[in-house]
Write a protein that binds this ligand. Structure first.
Ligand code: SF4
Ligand code: SF4
Ligand code: SF4
Length: 336
């Protein structure tokens, strides 16, 4: 009987998505029965040249996690696209840029200046920087070229499905592996191309906290107040991205009495997660009795209370947002 062939690659991410695949409980043994691992750098010793030698589309499913941050990430993404029938943007870094995507508030030069010269532990009087090529006695050594901008997987290749989450949950992974197995073994249909393999609801829909229609007049950081574990965070003045975030995690952070940071990304109805959250916040912020919208002063009053607006509203989605990145330097003759 046909066996599923799986590849997993780790781009610019933390490794949590790789661990998430290992962490699908005893079902990982079922995966070993159901699938051959064609490529998974942290788990098996297949080299890139082995992948290059595989026939096109011979890998059933590639789960690519992490953003695209350098030339190696892009090269492997393109190679795996060529060799795979199905490619899933696995985890929020691959889908939206994730936490690494916050580096789009700066650029490669400023980042490297800081890391290689300005930290307390940097001792680098000659301002040495990573070089893509280096002549060593043993021969030429190469390093991937770091990009100026953090990209999402679908910025560089055609993606079939998106599985958001930081990392995706065991349920998301198991359900999709079951669908792929049924497709390979019984010819069952796959979801429509481009589908997001997660709940269609918002996190507020699955959060059990009590919600009353109230207004707030102050934003609180989570450490500034004793948070009532039964009441909606927003109604206590704590910014929680539940209204602008896809459900499916089981409201994990809320269970730990911490607000949602939005790691599942926006729902289909939302174009820009940060913008949507700002609008949700504005709707409960205290307004004058006879006004339905905030005036300019009130918007300013609201915004000045938020200590880190980009990190608060775009922690996981900046490269996929309408902002995409902060322009650090305009090239002559180029409109930006
Ligand atoms: S989505 Fe989260 S767990 Fe996965 S690589 Fe990115 S930061 Fe790590
Ligand atoms: S805003 Fe947060 S705490 Fe309030 S209902 Fe939504 S998910 Fe729950
Ligand atoms: S509560 Fe929000 S930040 Fe926490 S795991 Fe769920 S979606 Fe992610």
């Amino acid at each position: 009987m046909a066996k599923v062939k799986i590849a997993q690659y780790w781009g610019a991410g933390c490794g949590g998505c790789d661990v998430a695949l290992l962490d699908i409980d005893e079902k990982i043994l079922g995966v070993a029965d159901m699938a051959d691992i064609a490529f998974w750098p942290i788990a098996v010793d297949t080299k890139l040249k082995d992948v290059e030698a595989m026939p096109d589309k011979s890998i059933t499913l590639t789960l690519y996690n992490g953003a695209v941050r350098n030339s190696e990430n892009e090269h492997v993404a393109k190679l795996l696209r060529q060799k795979s029938a199905i490619v899933v943007s696995f985890g929020s870094c691959a889908c939206f840029g994730g936490i690494p995507g916050l580096a789009n508030v700066t650029n490669k030069k400023d980042l490297q200046d800081y890391v290689y010269n300005k930290t307390f532990s940097s001792v680098n009087p000659n301002h040495v920087r990573p070089q893509p090529k280096f002549e060593a006695p043993e021969g030429e050594l190469e390093l991937p070229v770091m990009y100026d901008t953090v990209l999402t997987l679908d910025d560089v290749i055609d993606v079939d499905y998106y599985m958001p989450g930081c990392p995706p949950t065991t349920d998301q992974i198991n359900s999709f592996l079951a669908v792929v197995e049924k497709h390979v073994k019984e010819g069952a249909p796959l979801p429509p191309k481009g589908a997001v393999l997660a709940s269609q609801k918002t996190l507020c829909d699955e959060c059990g906290r009590t919600k009353e229609v109230t207004t707030i007049d102050k934003i609180n950081m989570p450490y500034e107040i004793a948070i009532d574990p039964k009441k909606c965070m927003l109604e206590q003045g704590v910014i929680c991205l539940g209204p602008a975030t896809r459900a499916g995690c089981g409201a994990k952070c809320l269970d730990a009495n911490q607000p949602c940071r939005g790691c599942m990304g926006p729902t289909a109805a939302v174009m820009d997660q940060g913008g949507s959250m700002l609008s949700a916040l504005a709707s409960i912020f205290r307004t004058a009795d006879n006004e339905t919208q905030l005036n300019e002063d009130e918007i300013l009053q609201l915004m000045t209370q938020i200590k880190d607006p980009l990190g608060t509203f775009y922690a996981f989605t900046m490269p996929k947002s309408i902002i995409k990145r902060k322009v650090k330097e305009k090239k002559a003759g180029v409109k930006q």
